[in-house]
Ligand binder design. Structure first.
Ligand SMILES: NC(=O)c1ccc[n+]([C@@H]2O[C@H](COP(=O)([O-])OP(=O)(O)OC[C@H]3O[C@@H](n4cnc5c(N)ncnc54)[C@H](O)[C@@H]3O)[C@@H](O)[C@H]2O)c1
Length: 387
């Protein structure tokens, strides 16, 4: 029986997914695995029996990843679980930027005491006229979980869509509508697109990827949407470009002093993933990941250990070892089984940065003596007898 603890409220639809081998536990220091959303874990003591943490969401800056790795705690997140929520807000953002919806609503609110508001509105409405998105060109930079959904939905809305992602995954490419023009140079997007939306991770290499130079290459009156991270865009340059009409609107989900209340900026308070469905999807995915790791030792969507999948163990034993990624580890582990006369039926080893995982499926169960020996190997973080 595995004990799980929730450090934040987790959607019931997710927790209902735990099978009979899992039981809720109120006490973090007694739990085998943990579900978390925003609780800060940096100062929390990680006890020896803790095996996994699943973050119901994408960002993991509330979790000490290196400390977890060294304690043999696998940290999972739920990439893409909130992609539809973000996609829908991007579509709304394009519409907000194209028609005077925000200004129109603000004007109506300011006229709420006018008994003739309906008549006044008929006169006023020409101020808020706009244009349609159908037939316009949209450039999507970054074709991951969110970018793909945005690109495909825009095709269905009648837009001509250009996509740019030099590192696109095979899975992503399969899911992309054939109507999308896959461009190999982002400048093609700047030169051609009426709308540009950015969906890349924030890395040193992507910080300020939209800057003064890229703005210069854009079509006059381009509309820029940023539902990824504000630091991807040099927003001072965007504000300057808005002032001279080079950019028509900047739609962002990340309020800050540079953009909040600024003419031409439409800013939402980080609402991309704020939907009941996104929360549910994250919880369902987080529970599935924990369950597969606790029961089978399989790792999917971990941020501190590599992906590994040996399916359900149909041999007599399975031992999983989390360890430092360095030479001669696997040879040592294998020799302990061999010396004890235990045949390794199947094995797998994967690495990610400084960390690695080895899984051994055995024709006879492992012994306490072998586990002790493996535990004593320098660089071993944790050994689990999965079966
Ligand atoms: N507004 C919100 O509430 C919200 C919610 C979830 C995610 N996000 C943000 O949205 C962004 C995308 O998230 P995702 O889940 O789609 O991520 P993802 O990892 O699924 O996709 C990112 C894509 O960007 C591509 N990429 C990386 N560097 C690139 C570059 N230089 N040029 C072009 N493409 C590049 C990658 O190959 C990948 O396909 C992230 O920045 C994430 O933090 C925002």
């Amino acid at each position: 029986m595995f004990k799980y603890n929730c450090l934040n409220p987790i959607a019931k639809v997710g927790l209902d997914g735990f099978n009979k081998n899992f039981v809720a536990c109120e006490d973090f220091s007694n739990a085998d695995c943990v579900l978390v959303r925003s609780a800060k874990m940096h100062d929390m003591e990680l006890h020896d029996n803790l095996m996994a943490i699943a973050r119901a969401g994408a960002g993991v800056n509330n979790i000490p990843l290196d400390k977890c790795a060294e304690k043999g705690v696998v940290v999972f997140n739920t990439p893409g679980a909130n992609a539809n929520g973000v996609k829908e807000l991007v579509l709304a953002g394009m519409l907000y930027a194209s028609r005077g919806i925000v200004d129109g609503i603000n004007w109506i609110n300011s006229e709420k005491d006018d008994p003739d508001v309906a008549k006044a509105a008929e006169k006023q409405k020409k101020q808020y006229a706009g244009s349609e998105i159908s037939g316009k060109k949209l450039g999507v930079i970054g074709l991951g979980a969110i970018g793909i959904k945005v690109a495909n939905a825009a095709v269905n809305l009648g837009m001509e869509v250009y996509g740019y992602d030099p590192y696109i995954s095979v899975d992503a490419a399969w899911n992309l509508s054939r109507a999308i023009k896959h461009v190999l140079n982002v400048e093609v997007i700047y030169a051609n697109c009426d709308y540009i939306t950015i969906h890349v991770p924030l890395l040193d290499s992507t910080r300020h990827m939209i800057n003064k130079e890229s703005i210069k290459l854009m079509k006059d009156s381009a509309i820029l949407l940023n539902f990824a991270r504000d630091e991807l865009v040099d927003e001072e340059s965007v504000v300057a470009a808005l002032k001279v009409g080079k950019i028509k609107k900047y739609v962002s989900d990340f309020p800050n002093p540079t953009t909040a209340g600024q003419e031409g900026c439409i800013v939402t308070p980080h609402l991309g993933a704020s939907t009941a469905e996104s929360e549910d999807n994250c919880a369902v995915m987080a529970v599935k990941e924990l369950q597969d790791y606790m029961e089978n030792g399989n790792i999917k969507n971990s941020v501190n250990f590599p992906k590994i999948d040996m399916g359900v163990c149909d041999k007599q034993g399975r031992v999983l070892i989390l360890h430092e990624n360095k030479a001669n580890m696997i040879t040592k582990f294998a020799s302990y089984f061999g010396d004890a006369g235990i045949n390794i039926a199947e094995m797998n080893n994967k690495s990610k940065g400084n960390n690695a995982v080895s899984v051994f499926d055995l024709d006879t169960p492992s012994t306490e003596d072998i586990i002790e020996k493996i535990n004593a190997v320098p660089g071993v973080y944790k050994v689990r007898v999965v079966k």
